[in-house]
Design a binder for this molecule. Structure first.
Ligand code: NAI
Length: 343
């Protein structure tokens, strides 16, 4: 790799700085050269710049079109709107790619290799919510509006179908709830079926499933799925479920891909319960880093990183506490860096 690639680095909140430091050490060991522009967002953005999405972070991503991001804290209920959702909206990051592969065998299922492709901008995440006051209760009724568009659904489904073809996947399953939300999720289902008929028929098998049945089938026999493509809220929930099948949130990476930028992150949050203790598992962010390397057309480095992770976890058996091991973040990172150096 010759010239350094400009990229925005957002260490994030909670365990974010700990797992980002581990990832930077691994990039160094791989010789992956990025010219990082460090920025704050989330709670740290509020603390340092009075805004969960400061202008400087937007300017930076607008320039680099590429970011590696630690988790950002969002208060539940009141407080500020999710910085993650704002970043996705700002850069039109319409596709959220969340692969789940077995890295540590011995769980309930082995050899899991699934991808959840989640619509990232529409549905019930658009934040059109309000309360209606009745008598003296200002929160007597809560209302939310979901919006799915034909164009937004088609853009995401096309991304998922192209991803399936490019990566040699055999089957794509559209997950919906069109029996109840006939318009809101019906439009997604209908658009997917139409797109398949017109452009993708014969290139992979297309299946459809209702989200509740999908959750049950995933828990009973995940091997029946390959690529799952779905709307925003269902994708959020199912990708956490799928992460649970491969060892938990510490193993689940995510890529937010759009017309204007790509942001790579772990699926998990800031883990306030273990923040500052130095025990977080950096694997999810490292797997996101491997996706980032592939996005930058550095597949060899991505492969070396994945191989070293496999060796560290399975041959050296160095694992963090969430995987039943005893290593802290630093020890795990050192073992991984040694594997890369000697690989
Ligand atoms: P969480 O994912 O932060 O934590 C859930 C559980 O998983 C906790 O017990 C935590 O200790 C554990 N965990 C998560 N990542 C881990 C890791 N790398 N190693 C070991 N254990 C790990 O979810 P929670 O507690 O619901 O959310 C905390 C905050 O994170 C909230 O403010 C939420 O809004 C935010 N969040 C941010 C996301 C993002 O930036 N992409 C995604 C999800 C949540």
């Amino acid at each position: 790799m010759s010239t350094a690639i400009p990229a925005t680095l957002i260490p994030g909140d909670g365990i974010g700085p700990e797992i980002v430091d581990a990832t930077l050490a691994v990039f160094d060991a791989l010789g992956a050269r990025f010219e990082w522009d460090r920025q704050v967002a989330g709670l740290e953005g509020v603390r340092q710049a009075g805004d969960p999405v400061p202008r400087a972070v937007l300017d930076s991503i607008r320039r680099t079109r590429l970011a590696l991001k630690g988790p950002l804290e969002t208060p539940s209920g009141g407080g500020y709107r999710s910085a993650n959702v704002r970043l996705r909206e700002e850069f039109k990051l319409y596709a959220n790619l969340r692969p789940a592969r077995t890295l540590v065998p011995g769980g309930r299922f082995d050899n899991i290799d699934l991808v959840v492709v989640r619509e990232n901008l529409e549905g019930l995440y658009i934040g059109h919510e309000h309360y209606v006051q009745i008598d003296d209760d200002p929160h007597a009724v809560a209302m939310a509006t979901g919006i799915n568009t034909r164009a937004g659904s088609r853009r995401l489904l096309e991304f998922a179908f192209e991803h399936a073809v490019a990566t040699g996947r055999k089957k794509v399953t559209i997950v919906h709830k069109a029996n109840i939300m006939k318009a809101l999720t019906g439009i997604f289902l209908e658009t997917g079926l139409d797109l398949y008929e017109r452009k993708y028929k014969g290139r992979f098998v297309l299946d459809t499933v209702i989200v509740d049945a999908c959750a049950m089938k995933l828990v009973l026999n995940p091997g029946q799925f390959d690529v799952l493509v779905t709307t925003n809220l269902f994708g959020d929930i199912l990708s956490d479920l799928v992460a649970g099948l491969v060892g938990g949130l510490g193993m689940a990476p995510g890529a937010n891909i759009g017309a204007d930028a790509a942001i790579f992150e772990a699926v998990h949050g800031s883990a306030p319960d273990i923040a500052g203790k130095g025990i977080a598992n950096p694997t999810a962010l490292l797997l996101a880093a491997a996706m980032m390397l592939e996005h930058c057309r550095l597949p060899d480095l991505a492969k070396r990183l994945r191989t070293a992770l496999d060796q560290t976890l399975n041959l050296d058996k160095v694992r963090t506490g969430d995987l039943g091991g005893t290593a802290n973040t630093r020890a795990f990172t050192q073992a991984l860096v040694s594997r890369i150096a000697n690989g």
